[in-house]
Design a protein around this ligand. Structure first.
Ligand code: ZN
Length: 277
């Protein structure tokens, strides 16, 4: 992969002005990534298996662009609030408001039509998506999880560029063990192997794909995504690090990616127990 490429910019051009897929860009990206990675990532984005769990309690602060919208939504018609809350419909937990949906549940998601009668809810959801999209410094608490019918769920973390899938583990092991013995200090060896640092501010890049520690003003760090990339990391990168239009397309317009709002810390902790078990 070309190090001068701005992947965020390329991914942001996946949709044309009418909101349809740009065939030229699809073809270009297909040939850009090895092992059919791009096609697999795109299939994943359309599979309804990708989920974002977000702890709403953590975003209720004055810095949040959705704070005001959240207050507006709270004031919205109470009778509408039940149907606008994302809850499981096919479990015994139905009666528990805000219950954490099981990973294998078929769950209604946030769509444009869902909030048609509730402008506050639409405004709130737009704000929530904007906050998630702009969360370069990972101030929000959210988990990226890909469910699978027969396999354990896969956990994806853009912050540290990690994934629990076997492809990631194999690529990571290959990078580490094939370079074993070159350096005695394991930590610095891994850092040198897998992370590119840019300390010259004039060489800073706008690319958000694979970027680590985006909060730093003195240097940029990028994971070497050409060495370790799986379809899950690529799919979530396209979703969360390219453009708001892409994020809205898959979450709101197509309802392919499920967004679960967790309303309190107890349910958030239950989610983690659910994942671990
Ligand atoms: Zn993966």
């Amino acid at each position: 992969m070309d190090k001068t490429v701005n992947y965020s910019e390329l991914f942001s051009q996946l949709l044309d002005n009418e909101g349809n897929f740009n065939n030229s860009m699809l073809t270009f990206l297909y040939y850009m990534f090895p092992r059919d990675l791009f096609i697999r990532a795109l299939s994943l984005l359309e599979s309804n298996d990708m989920m974002i769990y977000i702890l709403e309690e953590a975003i209720n602060n004055d810095n949040s662009v959705i704070a005001e919208a959240q207050r507006t939504a709270t004031l919205a018609d109470e009778s509408n609030s039940a149907k606008n809350t994302i809850t499981s419909t096919n479990t015994t937990e139905d009666d528990k408001q805000g219950a954490v949906p099981p990973l294998n549940a078929t769950i209604p998601i946030v769509t444009d039509s869902l909030g048609e009668n509730n402008p506050g809810e639409i405004e709130y959801m737009n704000g929530l998506l904007k906050d998630i999209y702009n969360d370069d410094d990972y101030q929000l608490l959210y988990r990226l999880i890909v469910k699978s019918d027969n396999e354990p769920p896969i956990y994806v973390d853009l912050k540290d560029w990690t994934c629990s899938c076997s492809e990631y583990c194999e690529l990571f092991s290959h990078e580490i063990f094939s370079n074993e013995g070159e350096k005695k200090d394991v930590d610095s060896a891994i850092q040198d192997l897998l992370v590119t640092e840019i300390d010259d501010i004039e060489e800073f890049k706008d690319d958000r794909i694979g970027q680590l520690d985006a909060h730093s003003f003195s240097k940029q760090q990028y994971f070497k995504i050409d060495k370790i990339m799986c379809s899950h990391l690529l799919a979530y990168s396209i979703l969360l690090r390219s453009s708001m239009d892409i994020l809205k397309y898959f979450v709101q317009k197509k309802s392919n990616v499920l967004l679960f709002r967790i309303t309190n810390i107890d349910e958030w902790l239950k989610l983690h127990i659910n994942i671990i078990v």
